[in-house]
Design a protein around this ligand. Structure first.
Ligand SMILES: NC(=O)c1ccc[n+]([C@@H]2O[C@H](COP(=O)([O-])OP(=O)(O)OC[C@H]3O[C@@H](n4cnc5c(N)ncnc54)[C@H](OP(=O)(O)O)[C@@H]3O)[C@@H](O)[C@H]2O)c1
Length: 335
């Protein structure tokens, strides 16, 4: 894979697909360490340079996993890898989430621990996962800007924020990208957020491109989820909502079959087709899923394909919110 895209007017050049590593440590059921590391290695071999993580994914587990994968990769691959790290989420001993901390000293404390766990001397893109409602975004971004100044961080990113916060952050320091959910069934960024990012020269790293597997073509109507799997609480995976959403996937499957590609490839290619400023992150946890995702880069969607996709999955056609109610409340992007 040689395709690459630049994140915003000030951000780094990265592979046209990024690898999201969250599911290798948490939220999607059982994990397999050896397969996770093999998947990261295969991604690096295929030319993926962007690895996305969060310090709270498995409470440090994900960063340590990336550390091991980078340490055991050939030096040339390791040197090309860029880390995108989220911080700010507070955890409980039981594994719950108890809020967000974006105070400047906390930001620097989070960064110190992440650098230690990753085993690197800098983080390429650093962002707070959700805005701390008690701390102005200028203070949080200002603290990351100081980390940039000191050489510990290269670029500043944002996550799940709306147009107002984007403007305030961009007035504080150069912002490389906004990480936000964007897929065929999560299109709320199109109204205001995407135009604001484009006006300000900020890129997008799109997550949930497969809606956490829901529109991957592999999610079955009777799939049993392990306790603690995020999808067990997600409105889109419940009862009638799930059946409705999988009907949309069946409509998409017909288009995929006609093109001789997979549903996941159509879904990833669709996000990639929305603009050169958008880099889809894929949450592949296994090498076979990664290979499928990489195949999306070879898929060209014609105007006819795009029209058929739009008809199969019209804007706003998904049933259910993208997060449970209590988590929707943390999304500055949905206000
Ligand atoms: N900023 C934020 O708020 C935020 C929130 C969530 C995630 N993220 C980041 O975005 C990344 C991607 O998000 P995500 O993992 O939720 O999204 P995703 O890519 O929409 O979903 C990943 C899930 O889809 C399934 N899948 C089926 N076919 C696949 C294929 N060909 N390639 C990849 N996955 C396939 C996988 O499960 P099976 O293999 O079991 O089918 C996997 O667990 C995360 O890893 C994380 O780094 C950021």
């Amino acid at each position: 894979m040689t395709a690459s895209r630049t994140l915003g007017s000030t951000g780094p050049r990265v592979s046209a697909l990024g690898l999201g590593c969250m599911g290798m440590s948490a939220l999607y059921g059982e994990t397999d360490r050896a397969e996770s590391i093999a998947t990261i290695h295969a991604a690096l071999d295929a030319g993926i340079t962007l690895l996305d993580t969060g310090d709270f994914y498995g409470m440090g587990h994900n960063e340590l996993l990336i550390n091991e994968a980078l340490r055991t990769a050939p030096a040339a691959r390791r040197e090309q890898a860029l880390t995108s790290v989220k911080f700010g989420a507070l955890r409980t001993v039981e594994g719950g989430f108890s809020g967000y901390d974006g105070r400047p000293n906390a930001v620097k404390n989070f960064a110190a621990y992440s650098l230690q766990r990753l085993g690197t001397d800098h983080i390429d893109i650093y962002r707070i996962a959700r805005v701390d409602p008690d701390v102005p975004i200028e203070e949080t971004v200002g603290a990351i800007a100081e980390l940039v100044e000191a050489g510990h961080v290269r670029h500043i990113g944002l996550s799940e924020v709306g147009a107002d916060t984007i403007r305030r952050a961009a007035a504080t320091a150069p912002i490389a990208d906004l990480q936000i959910e964007y897929s065929l069934i999560s299109r709320s960024i199109e109204a205001e957020i995407l135009p604001t990012l484009r006006e300000l020269g900020i890129g997008v790293t799109a997550y949930g491109v497969l809606s956490r597997g829901l529109i991957s073509g592999h999610f079955t109507r009777d799939r049993e989820l392990a306790p603690g799997d995020f999808r067990g609480m997600s409105p889109r995976f419940q009862g009638e909502n799930l059946q409705h959403n999988l009907d949309l996937v069946d409509a998409l499957r017909k288009i995929a079959e006609q093109k001789g590609v997979s549903v996941a490839q159509i879904a990833i290619a669709w996000v990639a087709s929305r603009g050169e400023d958008i880099v889809p992150l894929v949450g592949a946890r296994r090498r076979d899923r990664l290979t499928e995702a990489l195949g999306a880069l070879e898929v060209t969607l014609t105007a006819d394909d795009l029209a058929a996709i739009e008809l199969a999955v019209p804007v706003g056609s998904a049933a259910g919110d993208r997060y449970p109610t209590n988590q929707m409340a943390h999304l500055d992007s949905e206000r």
